[in-house]
Design a protein around this ligand. Sequence first.
Ligand code: FAD
Ligand code: UDP
Length: 373
Amino acid sequence: MKKYDYLIVGAGLFGAVFAHEACKAGKKCLVIDRRPHIGGNVYTEEIEGINVHKYGAHIFHTSNKEVWDYVNSFAEFNRYTNSPVARYKDELYNLPFNMNTFHALWGVKTPDEAKAKIEEQKAEAIAQMKAAGVSEPRNLREQAISLVGRDIYEKLIEGYTEKQWGRRAEELSAFIIRRLPVRFTYDNNYFNDKYQGIPEGGYTGLVEKMLAGSEVRLNTDFFADRSGYEALAEKTVFTGMVDEFYDYRFGELEYRSLKFETEVLDIDNYQGNAVVNYTEYEIPYTRIIEHKHFEFGTQEKTVITREYPAKWEKGDEPYYPMNDEKNNALFERYKELADKEDRVIFGGRLGEYKYYDMHQVIARALETAKKRG
Ligand code: FAD
Ligand code: UDP
């Protein structure tokens, strides 16, 4: 008999949800994380009475009622609705791309006028696709121009995208831009989902509640004593990098990293909105977030964070998987090995190498706990 039923590597959302479900089913869990805190990328920390999103803006959104009820059983959510503002040089535009954006850019007032303008502007991308004998956009550039036209592509997409991913838009997958809604209504809500909000008191408290029944060890790297940790439990749930788990035997998957620069300012309102995107290539950060606006804060001071995209190298935090054809094919080779393991379960953004949002990670963890827990 081993001491634990599960060793869970990673105290992020996948690990925490799995641990909670396993404990509910009467199992014993040991959760380890190499970071000095729980929560993974959703970790928040209080500074000047403000819940600071330490790894970038995290807005919870979902249309999945089961997931929404689940997270609400751990925390109350506020009514925050994400409506970022995009700044291109001295011009400001509403996001996502909607009638407010089209009006500010072209002076159009009706949906028909906006659609006509986009039709006119997407002709170039359509012609390129026709010449290549394809009917679907092959890359992010063609996809973006077909959706919103050349002007928006040049001002609000190209620079932001190329600094975010460190690649030309022609070399990126079309799916990345399909995350964003395009609407012919005057609606600045960044998401289409039915439910949205931020947990009151921050995400760390929510994850803490999920982990209440488990033993948690921080500053603990699985790879420092892999066989020792594995020997402690019947099964391992691994939410780190799948290629690292297999010692990169087929080669390295690519990731994109970020650097965050946080500042406390002695003013009460810096930018009037939680998220402002800087879309020109020449500005090295992609966005500035002002944390108090996620929770309608009225503190005397404010805390802002600049988010800089960065090349990923071994040892850096792998924030985003690079889900292009080459990396997805390499991941499939690792997945073949992973699927054969009967004592290891892989999950989460890194374990499954997928650009998952929080609600998707939670749904996957609940599903996995039900099936394999
Ligand atoms: P993680 O949170 O990465 O947790 C994995 C954990 O495993 C980490 O804590 C890591 O330290 C630990 N670990 C890894 N390897 C080891 C090891 N060898 N030993 C011990 N521990 C290890 N989603 C939304 O829904 N809305 C948003 O607004 C949103 N904004 C985002 C903004 C940014 C900048 C980023 C990067 C992501 C955003 N997301 C958002 C996505 C969200 O962060 C993820 O879906 C979610 O946090 C993934 O949870 P996870 O448990 O899979 O991974
Ligand atoms: N994007 C853009 N301009 C913006 C915001 C987003 O071109 O002002 C593109 C960019 O390619 C980005 C993608 O849309 O990677 C998805 O944006 P999202 O805000 O969903 O990114 P995340 O929050 O996951 O970093």
